[in-house]
Design a protein around this ligand. Structure first.
Ligand code: BES
Ligand code: ZN
Length: 456
């Protein structure tokens, strides 16, 4: 371990320079204009795996390529499957970035770039830790398999197919993902539960083109009025989702878990100040942490219809569209929720409008046992690097592969996030703290040692 730590210390600057190179590749999975850059990025990841002492290859899919690498030291050692994603969210709105999204820059101890925390910076910590182990000791204390994909930010549509066809190859004792956050500044965390998600788009079409609202208004259904009514019906004033059957399968929080949430340091005022909101709002009868981590939601992500430019324009628009997502909790089934949503929305569509419902990605929620031997080992690794034991938390975001690992490969995942929720993921000025990046590498280096000591 001494030699590994020395190597990490000596190579801090190099690790940053290489991360910068990774961050300069605009690997935006959602936008087909960036397709060539996805291949370039996959090649970068493959090279980084080889440099870390892994055998690695690029595997093409119907969408963006997967990069897979492994190093099998000894079949009797535990095998760890590390997952991450090299794709990033679109950088828009571009004008809100202080410096361009794909030109990484350090300011105030933070590295600014799209993907800095979600998820390139975090993926890179594991590659650098493995590299230090291999170059300084010639071996690893565990077997590792790395699966780094390029479609996480668009729902990992082609990943399950790869998991199904590679079950034997991906066989592992436990998975590790660093794509979540610490609990707060100076409070490292291990996440033992995430919410699931379903995503859909509703489009209402009325007259074949926009019409004069004076001549025709009031005589036919207006798609924008109808959609507003429908969207307004999704969540009640008490914060409850109104889709019939929505809560039927929800596993309620235990009294013990509610107590554990309540014991975490949390200030509603700082939370609101941080995000710039005037007041908390959500399902009646639940705390903010409960609402964010363990209660299902229905959110409109975007609505567009008619004229949205400057000044008035008197029309009945031809179409109206809304993008909707529901975050799910354990017990709820994505397919069932999607079909209840579709039925509820369609039942309110007025006569004369064409109704179109399109569904996108989906995945279920999960919770793991926070007392597992793996979590205990990971906890010690996090403490060695961050100087404090991690708190155990759930999170409201989704990582589709985690439930696939559970369902297809039969393994649990350790969610070890080095970033922070305030790192502006999916927003302008995304960043990772330089200290979190280096501590993440350190925690990863300790993790392999600790996991090798777990008796299975
Ligand atoms: N890294 C996030 C998920 C995350 C962030 C979990 C912070 C917990 C805390 C991930 O890259 C992400 O954004 N996932 C999407 C998934 C969706 C596109 C299927 C999400 O949650 O919106
Ligand atoms: Zn993300």
């Amino acid at each position: 371990m001494e030699a590994v730590l020395k190597s990490l210390h000596d190579n801090q600057q190099l690790a940053m320079d290489q991360l910068f190179e990774f961050l300069r590749i605009p690997s935006v999975s959602a936008d087909s204009a960036f397709k060539p850059q996805m291949q370039v990025c996959a090649e970068f990841v493959q090279k980084a795996m080889v440099a870390a002492g892994l055998q690695a290859e690029i595997i093409s899919t119907k969408g963006h390529p997967i990069v897979y690498g492994e190093r099998i030291e000894d079949p009797s050692l535990p095998t760890v499957l590390v997952y991450g994603h090299y794709d990033v969210q679109p950088p828009d709105p571009l004008n809100l970035w202080t410096t361009p999204a794909f030109e990484p820059q350090i300011r105030d101890g933070k590295i600014f770039a799209r993907g800095a925390t979600d998820d390139k910076g975090q993926v890179f910590t594991h590659l650098k830790a493995i590299e230090a182990w291999v170059t300084s000791t010639g071996k690893l204390p565990v077997n590792v398999k790395f699966l780094i994909e390029g479609e996480e930010e668009v729902g990992s549509d082609n990943l399950d197919c790869f998991l199904e066809s590679s079950k034997e190859r991906l066989k592992a004792d436990v998975a590790v993902i660093s794509d979540t956050s610490q609990y707060g500044d100076g409070i490292p965390a291990i996440t033992y539960g995430l919410r699931g998600i379903v995503a859909a788009e509703v489009k209402l079409t009325g007259p074949k083109k926009d019409l004069h609202s004076g001549i025709y208004g009031g005589s036919i259904a207006n798609p924008a009025n109808a959609l507003a009514r429908i969207c307004g019906s999704l969540v009640g004033a008490d914060g409850k989702v109104q889709i019939p059957g929505f809560y039927d399968d929800v596993l309620e929080l235990s009294a013990k878990e509610r107590e554990q949430f309540a014991e975490l340091p949390f200030s509603e005022d700082s939370f609101l100040a941080e995000i710039g909101s005037g007041a908390a709002f959500g399902e009646a009868g639940f705390s903010t942490l409960e609402r964010r981590w363990a209660r299902p939601t229905c959110d409109i992500n975007g609505m567009f219809s008619g004229y949205t430019g400057e000044g008035p324009k008197t029309i009945v628009p031809s179409t109206a569209t809304a993008k909707i997502t529901c975050r799910l909790v354990p017990g709820q089934q994505p397919e069932k929720i999607l079909s209840s949503l579709e039925t509820f929305v369609e039942s309110q569509c007025p006569a004369g409008l064409k109704f179109k419902f399109t569904s996108f990605h989906g995945c279920s929620a999960f919770v793991f046992d926070p007392n597992s031997v793996w979590i205990t080992a990971a906890s010690a690794a996090v403490e060695s690097a961050f100087g404090k034991p991690p708190v155990f938390i759930r999170e409201g975001g989704s990582i589709p592969v985690v439930s696939s690992f559970q369902q297809i490969l039969g393994i649990d995942t350790l969610l070890l996030g080095w970033g922070r929720n305030t790192d502006n993921l999916h927003s302008p000025d995304e960043h990772i703290h330089v200290a979190d990046f280096h501590n993440g590498i350190l925690a990863s280096a300790h993790l392999w040692q600790k996991l090798s000591e777990v008796s299975r």
